[in-house]
Ligand binder design. Structure first.
Ligand SMILES: Nc1ncnc2c1ncn2[C@@H]1O[C@H](COP(=O)(O)OP(=O)(O)OP(=O)(O)O)[C@@H](O)[C@H]1O
Length: 357
């Protein structure tokens, strides 16, 4: 019989909290505990930024104890660190330089571009993975951070699996495929299971992904954002120096309405809008070649014109694009000469020409 939530909680109560005292469940370190019907256990350990080593041991202890518990089929723990409150300002003199505040660059990363959408399911992740591969094929050093914590899909789209290693317990080694360096919150949890992230955890996790992943030297880091205008978008713009955002939308009015909200948010956060991409622009029947405008056509072009930003691409609704992404090799990789791949290459070239990638 799969283990119950109560059984799992009882096990966690036997693990001591090395910093706050008591056990890790009562001390509030364990968050978002999830025990599914098959007995797979997942939770987040939200810890102070400077206590990684101490809690690392507690985490191992918890994992070992849970794995030895009857009915527990899998254990997945994500540790997120939040930084302690900043110390009071040092007023002793000008030599005490202030810590930099506000958005910061990531060492070694020349540019950061956010790929955003107002609505879910409009193809933002498809665009991000194809654009990343196209940039890599054009000789750029590319990173892709899948920050879509509600539905991470980049590991599947880029054909990457396995847990990223952290040999020193402080930094995380990203994975790599198709010339793209990838890190995703999806690689820290089980596929198919959306995690319920709350604000502070989410910010901790995003910050960890930005700052603790060994991205290496990159010409550009693409960030695949969750849809909408939530905590992740805010956190990214506050923590990292983002060069600009590309907003993906389908031509439908509802999608455009949401896209506008996203664009407004970026404006308020001083993140320039680099351009828009119309996805699922037209449908070309794979049997007869007939072209249909399933979701209308031209809406995104009109919106981009109104905003005075470029329409970077019109990507057709095309079965091959979906099949390629589902198979772990985006169309830019699996059919590089196709018209669809060329649409993504045009976006990549435009970014390179503008000195953004
Ligand atoms: N141009 C296209 N032609 C055919 N299928 C597409 C196209 N773009 C995206 N899809 C498919 O639509 C689905 C949703 O796409 P995707 O996951 O990229 O959207 P998303 O905007 O990132 O969604 P979410 O933010 O909700 O994860 C996927 O199955 C994808 O393969």
């Amino acid at each position: 019989m799969p283990a119950s939530r109560e059984t799992v909680q009882a096990v966690l109560k036997t693990i001591a909290d090395p910093v706050r005292g008591g056990d890790i469940l009562s001390s509030g370190v364990v968050r978002a505990l999830n025990v599914d019907a098959a007995g797979a256990v997942r939770f987040v350990m939200e810890i102070p930024g400077n206590a990684g080593t101490a809690y690392g041991a507690a985490r191992t202890e918890a994992e070992t104890a849970l794995r030895a518990t009857e009915g527990v089929t899998a254990v997945s723990v994500v540790m997120t660190a939040h930084s302690e409150k900043a110390p009071p300002p040092d007023l002793r003199g000008p030599r005490a330089a202030a810590e930099p505040q506000g958005p910061q660059g990531i060492p070694g990363v020349a540019h950061i571009i956010a790929i955003a959408s107002g609505k879910g399911g409009v193809g933002k992740s498809t665009v991000a993975s194809n654009l990343a591969c196209a940039l890599a094929q054009q000789g750029r050093r590319v990173g892709l951070l899948d920050a879509d914590v509600y539905g991470p899909s980049q590991p599947r789209m880029l054909g990457v699996s396995g847990r990223p290693a952290s040999p020193d317990g402080k930094t995380i080694l990203p994975l790599r495929n198709h010339g793209v360096t990838l890190m995703s919150i999806g690689l820290m949890t089980n596929e198919d299971q959306a995690v319920v992230w709350r604000g502070p955890m989410l910010m901790g996790a995003l910050q960890q992904m930005l700052m603790q992943v060994q991205w290496g030297a990159l010409d550009v880091l693409l960030v695949d954002l969750p849809p909408g205008t939530g905590d992740v978008q805010m956190t990214l713009a506050q923590k990292a120096r983002v060069d600009g955002a590309i907003v993906v939308s389908t031509p439908q009015d509802v999608a455009l309405l949401d896209a506008r909200k996203g664009i407004d948010m970026f404006r308020q956060m001083n993140v320039p809008l680099l351009g828009m991409i119309e996805n699922m622009s037209t449908h070309v029947c794979s049997a007869c070649g007939h072209e249909e405008h399933v979701f209308g056509h031209g809406g995104v072009a009109a919106e981009a014109a109104k905003l005075g930003v470029p329409l970077l691409a019109e990507v057709p609704l095309d079965l091959q694009i979906r099949l390629a992404s589902d198979g772990g090799a985006p169309i830019v990789v699996s059919a590089p000469d196709s018209a669809q791949a060329q649409a993504f290459h045009a976006v990549a070239s435009a970014l390179v020409a503008r000195g953004l990638a």
